[in-house]
Design a protein around this ligand. Structure first.
Ligand SMILES: Cc1ncc(C[n+]2csc(CCOP(=O)(O)OP(=O)(O)O)c2C)c(N)n1
Ligand SMILES: [Mg+2]
Length: 330
């Protein structure tokens, strides 16, 4: 669909969300350096279009499972930057009361069934959620985000097999950023387009430009409509690139500066900004106002995290089984 067929409101919402993801990551990286945030950060800088495009195709009652590189998924599904930043800073006001950090952020009320430190770990969880929806006859869809590396895990194949067999309303969204840690895809899989793996499990598979938010949105929207109507699962592969290291501090000796520079030219956020101006007739002042508003949201998020208390040591064993953070109903 040409960009001019979308409403300006819809386009600006996609831009605002992608920019929020980008700025969240850049702030988190800075605040980690400054000492506010302990632990690892696996940033999704460069991968904003897959998170935002896919979640834009979901309804609020649909659910997602996420990964170790999940901040973008959370923002795109409605997660609030201030509670996310507070969680990264290990504060009681964070999504897990400051005890989970980046890899465990969850909000069942928003349909966010969790980030996940186990590669491929979210995929069977999404299948379980989809089975619940099918059994309850609810017109809801589950979407699992995962990386290219995760498609070489047994959990991926087992999950797709059952989903294909039972025609579950689940979408498998592979963010193919061409690397699993420092291993390029050609050294970890015998196929270049991971979407072809769908054919083994009797579901459609499609590969899209994962840096084009509208291409991601359209592919996901079609798969959501099919799944919601009882047509079963689908595998969507968005080809993208992480612009920063696997984790902050990664020396990145496994890839060339030329490759990184080439992908920066295809940046999903600045590329979409340029399209809004050149093709969608959006005024620069409108975009600048959004950029200022996003900065204000992130200023508030950092201030909120910094001024929130740390959990008391004697509460260390509280919440281990989830009883204090919304229970397990979704
Ligand atoms: C089951 C399991 N194996 C290995 C790891 C260590 N590990 C963490 S991230 C990662 C790479 C995952 O690659 P991919 O799925 O492509 O995601 P990306 O980091 O590129 O977003 C690995 C091997 C892990 N966390 N869990
Ligand atoms: Mg990867």
């Amino acid at each position: 669909m040409p960009i001019t067929d979308y409403s300006t409101e819809e386009l600006l919402s996609l831009y605002r969300q992608m920019l929020t993801v980008r700025e969240f990551e850049l702030r988190a990286i800075n605040e980690r350096r400054a000492g506010l945030i302990p632990g690892f950060i696996h940033s999704c800088v460069g991968q904003e279009a897959t998170a935002v495009g896919a979640c834009a195709a979901l309804a609020p009652s649909d659910v997602i499972t996420s990964t170790h590189r999940g901040h973008g998924h959370l923002v795109a599904k409605g997660g609030e930057p201030k509670y996310m930043m507070a969680e990264l800073a290990a504060r009681t006001t964070g999504y897990c009361g400051g005890k989970g950090g980046s890899l465990h952020m969850t909000d069942f009320n928003l349909g966010i069934l969790g980030a996940n430190g186990i590669v491929g770990g979210g995929i069977p969880i999404a299948v379980g959620a989809a089975l619940a929806f099918q059994q309850r006859r609810e017109p809801r869809v589950a979407l699992a985000f995962f990386g290219d590396g995760a498609t070489n895990e047994g959990a991926f194949h087992e999950a797709l097999n059952l989903a294909g067999l039972w025609k579950l309303p689940v979408l498998f969204f592979c963010e193919n950023n061409l690397y699993g840690e420092g291993t390029p895809q050609a050294k970890q899989a015998p196929v270049a387009d991971l979407a072809i793996r769908a054919s083994s499990y009797a579901m459609p598979g499609v590969t899209v430009d994962g840096n084009d938010v509208l291409a991601v949105y359209e592919a996901t929207k079609a798969a959501v409509a099919r799944a919601r109507a009882g047509g079963g699962p689908a595998l969507i592969e968005g080809k993208t690139y992480r612009q920063r290291g696997h984790y902050e501090g990664d020396p990145m000796v496994y890839r060339s500066k030329a490759e990184m520079d080439e992908w920066k030219q295809r940046d999903p956020v600045s590329g979409f900004r340029a399209r809004l101006l050149a093709e969608a007739g959006v005024a620069e002042a409108t975009i600048v106002a959004i950029e200022q508003a996003v900065q204000a949201v992130l200023d508030e998020a950092v201030a909120f995290a910094a001024s929130s208390p740390k959990p008391a040591p004697e509460t260390a064993l509280e919440g281990v089984y989830g009883e204090t953070h919304g229970g397990l109903v979704f």
